[in-house]
Structures are given as C-alpha cells and as structure tokens.
Design a protein around this ligand. Sequence first.
Ligand code: ZN
Length: 217
Amino acid sequence: MTTKITHHPHAESLMSCSAGSMPEAFAAVMASHITMCPQCRKDLALMEKIGVAMFEQLEQTSVLQDAPVMHMRAAEADHGAIAVDAAVVQGGVPAPLQPVVGPDLTAIKWKRVGPGVAQHIIALNDDRANLRLVKVAPGQALPEHSHNGSELTLVLQGSYRDETGEYRTGDLADMMGDATHSPVADAVDGCICLIATEGKLKFKSLLARFVQPFAGI
Ligand SMILES: [Zn+2]
C-alpha cells in the first residue's frame, strides 16, 4: 500500500484516548487510526511514558504549548508523511474494528440513506456517541453540515476532500462541534469512512434538513 497518512488526531484527543476517558465510539475510531498510523503509535507510547496524571495537573494551555509530542511532531515534519501499516489492515478493516464489523469491507450490509450515500450502524453498549461506517459514491457531495458535538472520521478506503484538505486512507479528521464542512468523495474511488459522532449532524440546507429525519443520519 502506498497511501501516506497526513491527518492525525489533535493532541488532546490522543491524551483523552490514552487516559481511557473517551466514549466507546470515539475510542474505536482512535484505536483504528492508531493501528494504521506508526506516528500516532509513537506519540501514544511517549504520552504513556510521561504519564497521563502529569498532563491532567497542568493548565490546558501549557499542555498544548509544552506537550513533548508537539515538539516531536515538528521534528518529524521534515521526514514527510508515514506509510499506512498495511499489515494490520486486512480486507480494509483495521484490527480493532474486526470484532464488531467482521474482517472484510466488501461483506458489509449497507443501508441507503440518500443519493450515493449508504451507512452501516455499529451497535455499541456505550450510547454517549454513535459509530457508523459510511460509504459515499464517487464524486458524491454530502450537504454542508455542522455538528452538535465532536466528530472523528477515519478514511478506510478511497478519499474525500473538504474545506480543510484531502483525506485519504488512514487519515483522521478530528472536528470540534462548531466546525462546518462540505465533504466530496473522490471522483474515481468514492470513499468508505468510519465515523464517530456526538449528537446529530446539523445540515444547513432546507432540503437536507427535511431529509434528515427520514434518512436517520
Ligand atoms: Zn496518526
């Protein structure tokens, strides 16, 4: 696999994952990305070494400015992006996800939710956040939307683009609640993403708002 990972979770997300304080849906997306991303595995190992307890005692601003992981990232920037670890992603499904969706993306039973968009809801015991696989047809745009809470999106296959850049296999989009974006799937490959959301998506256009209750997204 030649894909390079260029988008990673925020340091706060990695810390919260390391501290075990994330809802299950978010932890599943983080664990899947970490499985695919040698850089985040390295960052996480470093955080665990330093000790989460120490981070929790510091002011949030000083954590962000002084987190050793940020210095490490800056030092690594010159070396370019890191290749997706293909060995731990079989059938397009990262190892942490295989117990809940099976080993093969082509065997997923999709439910259509709109033109060119299908989803597969992943049932979890922890209902603080939702976890789903979303499959978007080549060139299909999703309506512009914002969120009631945070959203983590991991690309498992293909790619998409929005206002913040291009997201390819292994890339993770770490969005805060007030962010708005209009994703468009790759014109040739489309995309399959693993998405954890806190609260419902808020679509901006009237048509999308009308469709949302029926589409169940
Ligand atoms: Zn990463």
